[in-house]
Design a binder for this molecule. Structure first.
Ligand SMILES: Nc1nc2c(ncn2[C@@H]2O[C@H](COP(=O)(O)OP(=O)(O)OP(=O)(O)O)[C@@H](O)[C@H]2O)c(=O)[nH]1
Ligand SMILES: [Mg+2]
Ligand SMILES: [Zn+2]
Length: 293
C-alpha cells in the first residue's frame, strides 16, 4: 500500500494526530522504533487504515525545531507583549528576538491589549523597535483590532505564540479562530501570579492555510549553550549600522576601545537598554564558553 504524507498537528497519550492534504485527520501509532522523536509540526509518511486510524512510518526532513514550544518546522515567531497589564518585559523581548533571529526565523512583535492605555515601555516598542527594523503589529484580542493584519502576516506559515504570561496569547488565538475556546486566565486572579493554562502543544488551523501554536507564558529564558560570543551581535539588527566604526573587526562591543557600537550608545542612536540586554546575554555566553569548552 502506498504511504500518505501528512502533518503532525498534535501528540496525545501515545497517539499522533496526522492531517493529510485533504484535511482529514488520522490517529496514528508509531511503526516500531524511529531514530528520533516525532514532534508536533513534523511532516511524516504514514499508512492510512480504516476509521481514520493509521501507522506513522517515518519523519520527512525537518527544517528546524524549537524547544519552547517543542515544535518542528516553525516559520514565524509571534512575540506577544501586552501594551499594558502586564507592562512589556523588554529584557525578555530582546532574548526572544535574539532566539528567533538565531534560529533563522523572522519574528513579529505583537503588541496586544492596544485598547489599554500606553505604558512607557510599550511606547519604546512602537518607537525604537519598529525603527530598528522589527515587524510590529498592534492588536486587541478583546476589541478585535488588528486581527486581519495578523492573519495576513502569517498566511501559509507555521507560527508560534511566545511571550510572558498574561500578555494575551491564548486570547488572540481564540479571537483569530472562530469557534475555538481554549482556556485563558480568569480576570480575577491573585495578584502577580500567572496561571499557566496552556498544556499540550497543538497546531490550530486558520482558514488561510496558517497554523498557530499557543505556548504557556514564561519570563526567564537562557541563551542556548551553542551560541558563540562572536555571533551574538549580528542578531541585534540595529548594531550593524555602527559596527563598521569599530577599530577591531572581531569587536564584541564589550571592553574594546574605539567601538562604533558603544559610541552609538553614548550618542543615543542605539538605546541603552538594548545595549544592556546585549551585555547581559554576552556575559552569559562568555560564561557558557568557559564552562562548555
Ligand atoms: N484589555 C484587554 N485584555 C486582554 C486582551 N487580550 C487578553 N486580555 C486579558 O488578559 C488576560 C490574560 O490573557 P491570556 O490570553 O490568558 O494570556 P496568555 O498570554 O495566554 O497567558 P499564559 O497562558 O499564562 O501565558 C485575560 O484576563 C484576558 O481576558 C486585550 O486585547 N485587551
Ligand atoms: Mg495562555
Ligand atoms: Zn564594537
Amino acid at each position: 500500500m502506498a504511504y500518505k504524507e501528512g502533518l503532525v498537528i498534535k501528540k496525545y497519550s501515545g497517539f499522533y494526530y496526522v492531517q493529510d492534504e485533504e484535511m482529514q485527520v488520522f490517529e496514528c501509532k508509531l511503526r516500531g522504533k524511529l531514530k528520533k522523536a516525532v514532534l508536533t509540526g513534523d511532516r511524516v509518511k504514514f499508512t492510512a487504515l480504516e476509521e481514520h486510524r493509521g501507522v506513522l512510518e517515518s519523519i520527512l526532513p525537518r527544517n528546524n525545531a524549537l524547544d519552547r514550544p517543542l515544535v518542528a518546522n516553525v516559520t514565524t515567531v509571534l512575540i506577544v507583549m501586552a501594551n499594558n497589564k502586564p507592562s512589556p518585559n523588554l529584557p525578555l523581548l530582546d532574548r526572544l528576538l535574539f532566539l528567533a533571529s538565531y534560529k533563522g526565523l523572522s519574528p513579529i512583535i505583537i503588541l496586544n491589549k492596544c485598547d489599554l492605555e500606553d505604558d512607557e515601555k510599550s511606547l519604546m516598542i512602537k518607537g525604537y523597535y519598529h525603527r530598528a527594523g522589527f515587524k510590529l503589529i498592534q492588536t486587541s484580542a478583546k476589541m478585535k483590532i488588528g486581527l486581519d493584519i495578523l492573519r495576513q502576516a502569517i498566511k501559509g506559515q507555521i507560527a508560534v505564540f511566545t511571550g510572558p504570561s498574561g500578555s494575551g496569547k491564548s486570547s488572540l488565538l481564540n479571537a483569530l479562530i472562530e469557534g475555538l475556546n481554549i482556556r485563558t486566565q480568569e480576570v480575577s486572579k491573585k495578584i502577580g501570579r500567572g496561571k499557566h493554562t496552556t498544556r499540550h502543544v497543538e497546531l490550530f488551523p486558520l482558514q488561510n492555510g496558517a497554523w498557530l501554536v499557543d505556548t504557556p507564558g514564561f519570563s526567564v529564558l537562557d541563551i542556548p549553550t551553542a551560541v558563540k560570543s562572536r555571533d551574538l551581535a549580528e542578531h541585534f539588527w540595529e548594531f550593524k549600522t555602527y559596527n563598521n566604526n569599530c577599530r577591531f573587526n572581531n569587536c564584541l562591543h564589550y571592553k574594546e576601545k574605539d567601538c562604533g557600537v558603544k559610541e552609538a550608545v553614548a550618542e543615543g542612536l542605539i538605546a541603552d537598554f538594548r545595549y544592556q540586554s546585549y551585555l547581559s546575554m554576552l556575559e552569559e555566553v562568555i560564561e557558557n564558553e568557559r564552562c562548555y569548552k
